[in-house]
Design a binder for this molecule. Structure first.
Ligand SMILES: *[C@@H]1O[C@H](CO)[C@@H](O)[C@H](O)[C@H]1NC(C)=O
Ligand SMILES: *[C@@H]1O[C@H](CO)[C@@H](O)[C@H](O)[C@H]1NC(C)=O
Ligand SMILES: *[C@@H]1O[C@H](CO)[C@@H](O)[C@H](O)[C@H]1NC(C)=O
Ligand SMILES: *[C@@H]1O[C@H](CO)[C@@H](O)[C@H](O)[C@H]1NC(C)=O
Ligand SMILES: *[C@@H]1O[C@H](CO)[C@@H](O)[C@H](O)[C@H]1NC(C)=O
Length: 767
């Protein structure tokens, strides 16, 4: 070892290609360090001397190379059982010196070290596997270590096939049912990890893994008779396993024990409900053989254990028809269970009662009868009179006149009833009968859904506040049935569609509700507002059309027939928007146009609509606003004045000026109404009065026309301002607010009254 260490420290770095290998070697060294310490002490002197010895130095310097290592399997990688297999490990090492290298070979099987050998020759390492077994199957690998330098071969897989036939041995071939059998299964010559399997009549009964080639097992048989036993094994070669063939078959006879349980039931030939049953469960030992195994008896009925004991069990009970299941007497002896069963059929003494109600439907507080009856009874044992019936719960206010018949008033809520029949200590309950007392229908209410419009279909709803469904509702008119609807579920409603032609017809409708055998309940008469659709729209004009002239107040009266409230709308032909809209509770109303002017001329009509939603429209009326009489007169007068003024002016121009003439003219002006302001312009274009009027509508041209006139007639204008025209102003002002069409007049007003309140008038240039 020590020498190896020395070699290690000196070997050629060119071969230290595997650091891991180095570390391994160092580890090995550490493990052996204690030994080394001793050796070191012992060899110190010789080493010290050898340091200077030329032979040792040469030894430390020798170098070698492990060129290759190959593992091969002979005779083949695939062999059959019993073949003498040899694992050959061939290492090719080249070295410089003639010194012997110490080689350490290790053989691995499936990564497990299986063989190690040191050698100092260059011969191949041979690892014999004489008489190969399946368990030798695996991947083999070989490693060589020379002075700490290692190399591993590739892995080579050896497959060995063929397993020996398993051999089964039993200790007994005849047993009684309680006895155990010892069986041993052998896999001759096999090695490795082995699973053994035992079979009884080809059914696997036991499985176990051992690391030997034999398994011993003990078992009992499930039933008496002949049973065939055999075994097999499997060799575990991770990740596979190899199954052997089946072993020899051995037949075992299982004999019944002489001891058996006996079940006896003492009763009459036919068992009725209520009869007493005496049951005993005992043991019979036919051979009287000495069975000294401890045993126990269990008597049970269905899933209920009635009694248990060691040698004899008695039980006494009343037979009941409904009890299910057989009687069973079970003997438990060591590992053996023996069972005897018997069935007892119990005849019903009487059948379970049924509870019925009449009538099938009952209303709250109405009379009802509940009948409880057992349909069948064993007349050979009891009479009908022996059967007694009661109702449950017992505190129900129902009286029983006859057995099983209970009558009285129905409760006001749902109730569960059960009846009980009894005879000879046997009690039987009926199924639960739930009585749902119904609620009588209340007086129905009749109403209109939405609006009732004359001549249009509308819906009538008939509804009772309370009452069990289904409810039949019938619509009646003049005591004649029109139609019937059945309401079966709450969201459903009794709706009838009708049409009436006169408003008073609505009160002829009534309805009836019925949900039981009693008299149907009648509602009140239908009381609802009938909407009469509008008809005969008229537009009346005041004053009469030929008499309408400027300055008048015009009334456009719209009237119609039908149910109020009515919404009236007045239109001027050509305008889509109504002039005026109003809703009133009267059948007619008016729209007033105050202070008419020429541009109010036009065609007018009105429309009316009420809740019937049918719009009616009046005839169209054409209105022509005539010029006021005084205007005509003034025009004539102004013409005269202008002419005479011109004449006077001419005269004055050529002669001396006389103011008196002008003053006379002023007196003419002062008598005019304020509206005559227009006449300033009129006077300019007096030849065509109609055109002049149109220009008044647009204030801009008016001003431009006015300017030249004003210069010449300053005194006239100032006089006009002083006129007492307050009323007239007020009049005009009102008109301009009410009617958009009159707005064009307003600049004129402000012209007369520069101090007018209307702020819109302020920007108008006066001076
Ligand atoms: C080995 O033998 C088995 C059957 O004996 C065969 O299936 C398998 O192919 C063989 N393998 C080789 C590598 O010969
Ligand atoms: C295997 O080797 C043994 C001796 O080790 C020998 O007796 C046997 O005959 C050989 N078997 C075969 C099949 O060569
Ligand atoms: C069981 O009943 C049988 C007859 O029915 C009777 O002879 C015996 O004494 C009873 N045994 C016990 C333990 O009650
Ligand atoms: C009646 O019995 C049924 C169940 O059988 C139960 O759901 C119900 O609530 C009972 N009704 C009354 C009123 O007790
Ligand atoms: C009809 O109903 C109105 C109120 O809705 C009521 O004032 C009127 O008296 C009722 N008429 C009748 C005949 O019941």
């Amino acid at each position: 070892m020590h020498i190896q260490t020395d070699g290690h420290t000196t070997f050629n770095p060119a071969y230290s290609h595997q650091a891991v290998d180095l570390q391994d070697s160092q580890q090995q060294e550490r493990q052996c360090s204690s030994d080394r310490m001793g050796l070191l002490l012992l060899l110190t002197s010789s080493l010290l001397s050898s340091y200077f010895h030329p032979g040792i130095v040469v030894d430390a310097q020798r170098s070698f190379a492990i060129r290759n290592i190959v593992l091969s399997l002979e005779p083949s990688t695939n062999v059959t059982r019993d073949t003498n297999v040899t694992v050959r490990c061939k290492a090719i090492v080249s070295s410089s010196g003639s010194e012997v290298l110490s080689r350490e070979y290790t053989i691995y099987k499936d990564s497990q070290k299986v063989y190690t050998k040191n050698s100092s020759t260059s011969e191949d390492l041979l690892y014999p596997l004489p008489g190969a077994r399946v368990s030798n199957t695996g991947k083999y690998r070989c490693k060589i270590n020379i002075e700490g330098k290692e190399r591993k071969s590739e892995a080579t897989k050896l497959t060995v096939t063929g397993l020996s036939k398993p051999v089964l041995h039993l200790n007994k071939y005849v047993v009684n049912e309680e006895e155990e059998v010892t069986a041993s299964c052998t896999a001759p010559g096999e090695t490795g990890s082995i699973f053994f399997y035992f079979y009884e009549d080809s059914k696997e009964i036991l499985e176990n893994r051992v690391n030997s080639n034999q398994l011993e097992a003990k078992f009992r048989f499930s039933s008496i008779g002949h049973h065939t036993i055999n075994c097999a094994y499997a060799v575990l070669i991770i990740p596979d396993s190899f199954m052997s063939e089946q072993s020899n078959m051995i037949t075992v006879s299982v004999k019944e024990l002489s001891i058996t349980p006996v079940l006896e039931i003492f009763s009459q030939s036919r068992v009725y409900e209520g009869d007493q049953l005496n049951i005993s469960c005992t043991i019979r030992n036919s051979v009287n053989s000495s069975v000294n195994i401890t045993h126990n008896l269990y008597l049970s009925h269905g899933t209920k254990l009635l009694s248990s004991g060691e040698t004899k069990v008695n039980h006494s009970m009343v037979a009941l028809a409904k009890d299910p299941g057989d009687f069973e007497c079970r003997l438990e002896m060591g590992h053996v269970d023996k069972v005897t069963t018997k069935m007892v059929s119990v005849t019903e003494l009487f059948s379970a009662p049924t509870l019925t109600m009449s009538p099938a439907e009952v209303f709250q507080k109405e009379y009802m009868t509940l009948t409880c009856k057992s349909e069948n009874y064993a007349s050979e044992r009891i009479t009908r009179e022996e059967l007694s019936y009661t109702l449950e719960p017992p505190d129900i206010p129902l009286t029983s006149m006859k057995p099983g018949v209970f009558s009285g008033k129905a409760l006001q809520f749902d109730f569960n009833y059960t009846c009980v029949a009894q005879a000879k200590g046997i009690v039987k309950h009926s199924d639960t009968l739930t009585v749902y007392p119904k609620v009588s229908v209340s007086i129905p209410k009749i109403s209109v859904v939405g609006k009732a419009v004359l001549g249009q279909p509308f819906r009538i709803l008939c509804q009772s506040d309370t009452g069990s469904f289904p409810i039949n509702y019938t619509l009646i008119r003049d005591y004649e049935q029109l139609s019937t609807t059945t309401v079966k579920l709450p969201p459903q409603e009794a709706l009838f569609t009708v049409t009436i032609s006169r408003p008073d017809e609505i009160s002829k409708y009534m309805c009836r509700a019925k949900n039981n055998h009693r008299e149907a309940l009648l509602s009140k008469r239908l009381n609802a507002t009938v909407i009469v659709p509008l008809t005969d729209p008229t537009l009346t004009v005041l004053p009469h059309i030929p008499e309408i002239s400027e300055g008048d107040h015009l009334y456009l009266i719209c009237g119609t027939k039908g149910s109020p409230p009515v919404t009236f709308k007045w239109y001027r032909d050509g305008n889509k928007q109504p002039l005026f809209t109003t809703t009133t509770d009267k059948n007619n109303t008016h729209y007033q146009v105050s202070h008419l002017s020429k541009e109010h001329s036009g065609t007018y009509y009105c429309e009316a609509v009420n809740h019937a939603n049918i719009v009616v429209r009046s005839e169209k009326v054409t209105i022509e606003v005539r010029m006021a009489l005084w205007k005509k007169a003034v025009i004539g007068g102004v013409c005269l004045v202008v002419v005479s003024m011109l004449v006077v002016a001419c005269v004055l121009y050529f002669k001396s000026k006389r103011v008196r003439v002008v003053r006379a003219a002023v007196s003419v002006w002062s008598e005019r109404p304020p509206e005559a302001a227009n006449d300033e312009e009129s006077s300019v274009v007096s030849s065509e009065p109609d055109v002049e009027y149109t220009e008044v509508v647009h204030p801009q041209p008016v001003d431009t026309v006015r300017v030249p006139l004003r210069k010449g007639t300053d005194t006239v204008y100032s006089e006009l301002k002083n006129l007492p025209h307050g009323d007239a102003d007020h009049h005009d002002y009102q008109g301009s607010v009410e009617y958009a069409e009159l707005n064009s007049d307003r600049p004129e007003i402000s012209h007369h009254l520069p101090e007018a309140n209307d702020p819109q008038d302020l920007p108008v240039p006066v001076d």
